[in-house]
Write a protein that binds this ligand. Structure first.
Ligand code: PFF
Length: 463
């Protein structure tokens, strides 16, 4: 780090920024860590054979996730603008519509929020259910009925989603440094602390070792084509890439932030949280004789039954859902910031107005996801409920497309001299070799891998 910071020619005066390296780390990690670690990672690992799945996920994270994350943060910081304007500014005289990457990212972030806020709403509801003991039963049939009761009641589903929406909008209105940075800096250490506590409880149960064996000994016979592609898709979702989030956050990074180092730390810490979530969940699942492959219902049906079976289970269930709520909040803030920054900087709305407009639109579109298990259960588009459709379109289409085009832009249109200048902080960091390696991955390796995920997601190629 140096005090002699490069002056960015396109920087907009008065634009909010993260105030410290720690703030950048907390906010970015807050974005990466989310329901992906606590809901998706364990359920996918459980359903796809454990350690072998994790291994592919690790490789995808290194070869695709990390380079794309670095590329996004890099272009965001260089342009210091919202996701659409970043591409517009950096494309310069290149007449191709690179800005569409930002527009698609903005749409993806909005659609992810439409269903993510609903799942987050269930998590918030489960904190209260755990507190009152309402969701606790050792019988999975009872916990299953309790979960259906929540998701199929339109009033409750909408209420919890709106509570979540209002909470994140309020934080976003406070601003980048005073809202996002302050909140994530306080919440992230609490999340780690709670997670370690729940892990200790899980590991000290009789019969915990079976769960660890499941997590750490790979069974390669489970590695089919679709499983490999699912693991790659998860790497995308986990690191919040392909949808403008990291571009937008990168635009608030300090000039002296070492982007490759920051992104690597975020990736490692995010992996650690996923592994800790696995260690918190699977030993307990096995210790009480439950099946690890329950899929998405693992969090809301199996886990409450597991907690009900263990000593001090109610306390640990409250802690567990509080940590899940914290994780979801950091991720949602980063998603919401994408459209808010666009409305603010492209359309000139004040930050408050931009956040309120997004809130209104989300309440409208998101409610179709919230009602997907009740009022709108029979309303299908392309054979899917709105909830499933938003998840499908983002994970299988918009995210890989966003990632692919970011790679193409950085590797082929922007080029090495710009990348070297951006990643070495104009030659001040002495990390040119790392920058070169990242450039090589972004130019040749990541796009090919992403293209495979994309084509498979669309059913054009099948493994
Ligand atoms: N990375 C978050 C998670 O794993 O839960 C989800 C997410 C956040 C996806 C932000 C995309 C994003 F832009």
């Amino acid at each position: 780090m140096t005090s002699n910071q490069p002056q960015n020619p396109v920087s907009m005066p008065g634009r909010d920024r993260f105030t410290s390296g720690l703030g950048v780390l907390a906010a970015t990690l807050g974005s990466a860590v989310g329901l992906g670690n606590i809901w998706k990672f364990p359920s996918l690992t459980g359903a796809n054979g454990g350690a072998a799945f994790i291994l592919v996920y690790l490789i995808s994270t290194l070869l695709v996730g990390l380079p794309v994350m670095i590329a996004e943060q890099m272009i965001g910081r260089r342009a210091r603008a919202d996701a659409i304007n970043t591409l517009r500014k950096l494309a310069g005289r290149d007449r191709r519509p690179w800005w569409l990457i930002g527009a698609a990212g903005c749409l993806a972030a909005f659609l992810i929020l439409a269903f993510y806020t609903e799942v987050a709403g269930w998590v918030f509801a489960y904190i209260f259910r755990a507190l009152t003991g309402a969701a606790l039963s050792t019988d999975p049939d009872v916990t299953s009925a309790a979960f259906s009761g929540l998701v199929s009641d339109p009033t409750q589903a909408l209420l919890w989603q709106w509570i979540v929406l209002i909470l994140i909008t309020a934080i976003i209105i406070m601003g980048v440094s005073k809202g996002i940075e302050r909140v994530t800096k306080r919440l992230m250490p609490i999340l780690f602390g709670l997670l370690v506590l729940v892990c200790i409880r899980s590991l000290t149960l009789d019969g915990a070792s079976e769960g660890l064996t499941f997590l750490f000994s790979p069974d390669f016979s489970k590695l089919t084509g679709p499983v490999i592609l699912t693991a790659m898709g998860l790497a995308f979702f986990k690191l919040s890439i392909g949808m403008g989030t990291m571009i937008t956050y990168g635009s608030y990074f300090r000039d002296d932030q070492n982007i490759p180092a920051t992104a690597s730390r975020v990736m490692l810490a995010d992996l650690l949280v996923s592994m800790l979530a696995g260690i918190a969940i699977f030993p307990a699942v096995f210790a009480f004789g439950f099946q690890p492959d329950a899929g998405p219902s693992l969090l809301f049906i199996t886990i409450p039954a597991v907690f009900a079976s263990m000593p001090l289970g109610q306390v640990f269930m409250v802690l567990f859902f509080v940590l899940a709520a914290i994780a979801a909040t950091g991720a949602m803030l980063s998603l919401l910031e994408v459209p808010v920054a666009v409305l603010n900087e492209q359309f000139g709305f004040s930050r408050r107005k931009a956040a309120l407009i997004t809130l209104g639109l989300l309440a409208l579109v998101g409610s179709t996801a919230a009602l997907s298990s009740s009022t709108l259960a029979d309303f299908k588009i392309l054979g899917m409920t709105p909830f499933d459709l938003f998840d499908y379109v983002t994970s299988n289409l918009l995210l890989p497309l966003g990632g692919l085009f970011v790679c193409l832009f950085v590797g082929w249109a922007w080029g090495w001299p710009e990348v070297r200048a951006a990643l070495t902080n104009d030659g001040q960091l002495g990390n040119a070799r790392i920058a070169r390696a990242i450039f090589g991955l972004t130019k040749f390796v990541s796009p090919v891998l992403v293209l495979i995920v994309l084509l498979n997601g669309l059913g054009i190629i099948q493994f």
